[in-house]
Ligand binder design. Structure first.
Ligand code: 0RA
Length: 659
């Protein structure tokens, strides 16, 4: 590579200045490129590099990827793709490798045919990872040589050099980077977070084997699913009873590769995960619409052709065909348009008919060949239609009754005086006594309180008709005013923020889980649109003389004690000695442990948990609908730990919301 040294020094430095400007912008506003600078953004660095390796796999050039969290906290991503080109870039007059690593968006320019994602958070390029790394090292295997370059904060510390020769014609790329501690709030990578995304990618790209290893925690997994999304569907439905083997549809329409797998289970909920270019389209879009209409049309055709509907009064709707349906749609689109609140809704209009046509064709074929499965599905949909009809009658009755009583809102709701939903919030509170404190402590102008008695029922397993009989659920639905299930419409929502306030104990977390499951299943838009929050009451109150402090976890408590110069070790001892005593005195500091919300008086509850200026809320987010659904299953078990993990993974802390 003699030509590399032939670049005029002047030219080189001029280019370099442009590069620095680009990467400086990334360092100045990292969130614009990777979403945020918390754990999410941090893990996005890995995803960004892996996306490039996956692109190589999509082109058929790579079948093995490994992601290693190294002892020093850096991460290595390695693939056996073609290797980033190293020859001199004709316009930039320096190694293409250096261009890819240091110029914003350079990666995609080389390869127009790939399914790179335009816009959104993905596909910003490895140069962004480079810019946000204290250091980054890249090794490329190509043309029987090993090329190497190193960077500091995105800036090359040397030119591309050959550091070894290969005997075999193997190719590939190895990138190791150390996230910059001055940029990220925290730089510790989590094995579970990395593994979750790699598992998903392995399901979506069945030709690739992805290894994830954590050298610090000594954990390792290798994901390789030869059955692709067919196995993904089985995984999603692992805890449910499947009615048949997954239906698998694969093909290409108008240049769009389409892959769909689905199966019906004995449950009642609909769970379709859709992906475009490996990105979860949480908000759906044209591909999902195309799939749904094909499903309705093909099954209806099949049912009438085979005389499977005996009762002529019944007609099957789309909803009926989606009860107990678990499915994955994965398509590849050259220039995807992402729309919606979170830019996860596919907008390309031509995709609807592409998916619809393919599914109509292939599903009809499948049903001809598998009449047993077809019959089971139609029978299940008929039962769904009957239940729907029963529910409609029940609702009509309830409505008429309401009209007579001209009373819509539940009696125990303490409503707020402002009616503009954007400025209102509702606290759903565990227990009447905490509800009482909350009612007294609140700012009644914009805060409504709905106390719940005991547990709401587990909606995972119940039918909608049953669910609507439950008093607590009825109260929630009525208070929110936006309907339920297929009749839910977020535009009618009476409060902009739904805040779940439960005790910090096992029962409290169970109730919170039940509420979350209910909202996830029957008012899903609330979660995808970010309207749901979890209140964070403090665990401890520390009192020294007249001064009062609140701690939201053990480490915060210990920090405050340290500040007050009280002995930290003795806290634990004091607590153990007094087992059931709430108070423990440590060198003049009185620590009270709050067991329940009811132990706080209205003023304390307002100050610590409800006042928008001082409180912390957890916003419930849907990182990945697939993962969430999986975890919701886990959550319904009796163990507390998976629930806590879910909350930690899928909720983010927010402070001082603007009202
Ligand atoms: C630009 C062009 C080509 C490949 C790549 C980039 C590439 C980037 C990364 C990042 C991680 N692994 C990667 N593997 C490849 C095309 C190469 C060619 O035409 O030979």
């Amino acid at each position: 590579m003699a030509s590399m040294t032939e670049i005029a020094a002047q030219d080189y430095s001029a280019k370099n200045i442009n590069v620095l400007k680009g990467l400086e912008a990334v360092r100045k506003r990292p969130a614009m490129y990777i979403g945020d600078i918390g754990v999410r953004g941090l893990h996005h660095l890995i995803n960004e590099v892996v996306d490039n390796s996956i692109d190589e796999a999509l082109g058929g050039f790579c079948d093995t990827i490994s992601v290693v969290i190294n002892m020093d906290g850096s991460v290595t991503v390695e693939d056996n793709g073609r290797g980033i080109p190293v020859d001199i870039h004709p316009e930039e007059k320096r190694s293409a490798l250096e261009v890819v690593m240091t110029v914003l968006h350079a990666g995609g320019k080389f390869d127009k045919s790939s399914y790179k994602v335009s816009g959104g958070l993905h596909g910003v390029g490895v140069s962004v990872v480079n810019a946000l790394s204290e250091w980054l090292r890249v090794e490329v295997r190509r043309e029987e040589q090993i090329y190497y370059q190193e960077y500091r904060m995105g800036d090359p510390v040397s030119k591309v050099a050959v550091i070894g020769k290969l005997k075999k014609p193997e190719t590939g790329t190895r990138i190791t980077f150390m996230p910059d501690k001055s940029i990220f709030k925290q730089t510790k990578f989590k094995f579970d977070t990395v593994a979750e995304r790699m598992r998903e990618l392995a399901y979506l790209n069945k030709t690739v084997s992805i290894e994830v290893r954590d050298e610090i925690e000594n954990e390792q997994e290798i994901f390789h699913f030869k059955g692709g999304i067919m196995e993904f569907v089985k995984y999603l439905d692992a805890s449910r009873e499947a009615l048949h083997k997954p239906v698998y549809i694969e093909g290409e329409k108008d240049g769009t590769p389409i892959e769909i797998a689905f199966q019906y289970n004995s449950g009642f909920s609909e769970n379709i995960c859709s992906y475009v270019n490996n990105i979860n389209t949480h908000e759906g879009g044209t591909h999902l619409i195309g799939f749904k209409s094909a499903l309705t049309r093909t099954f209806n055709n099949y049912a009438s052709k085979n005389n499977l509907i005996k009762d002529s009064k019944i007609s099957l709707t789309g909803d009926d065909f989606r009860e107990g349906l678990t499915g994955v749609i994965s398509i590849k689109v050259h220039e995807p348009q992402f729309e919606g609140q979170t830019k996860t809704k596919l907008g390309n209009s031509e995709i609807k008919s592409a998916v619809e046509t393919l599914v109509n064709e292939k599903l009809a074929e499948y049903l001809e060949e598998n009449p047993g499965v077809g019959k089971k599905i139609i029978e299940k949909s008929l039962r769904a239609a009957e239940a729907r009809e029963a529910a409609r009658k029940a609702r009509d009755l309830a409505r008429r009754k309401n009209a007579l009583e001209s009373f819509d809102l539940p009696g125990k709701l303490a409503d707020c005086s402002i009616t503009d939903p954007e400025h209102c919030e509702i606290f759903i509170v565990e227990g009447d006594s905490a509800g009482g404190s909350a009612k007294q402590g609140r700012d009644r102008r914009f805060q409504a309180i709905l106390p719940l008695k005991g547990k709401i029922l587990n909606v995972e397993k119940a039918k909608l008709t049953k669910i609507l009989e439950n008093n607590e659920i009825k109260a929630i639905v009525a208070a929110m005013g936006a309907g339920i299930g297929t009749e839910f419409s977020i535009d009618r929502l009476r409060y902009g923020r739904i805040i779940l306030m439960t005790d910090a104990d096992v029962d409290g977390s169970h109730i919170r889980t039940l509420l979350l499951t209910f909202l996830y299943r029957h008012m899903k838009d609330l979660i995808t649109q970010g309207n749901v929050y979890i209140a964070q009451p403090p665990l401890y109150r520390l009192k020294k003389g007249k001064e009062e402090y609140y701690a939201y976890d053990d480490s915060e408590r210990d920090e405050i004690l340290k500040r007050l110069k009280a002995n930290v070790i003795s806290v634990e001892e004091a607590e153990i000695e007094n087992e059931n005593e709430v108070e423990a005195k440590v060198k003049g500091v009185t620590i009270s442990r709050y067991k329940g919300l009811g132990e706080m008086n209205p003023e304390q509850l307002w100050q610590t948990t409800m006042n928008p200026d001082t409180r912390t809320l957890l916003q419930v987010t849907l990182e990945s609908a697939a993962a969430a659904d999986k975890i919701f299953e886990t959550l319904m078990g009796d163990e507390v730990e998976p629930r806590r993990e879910f909350i930690e993974k899928h909720a983010k802390y927010v402070r001082n919301l603007d009202i």
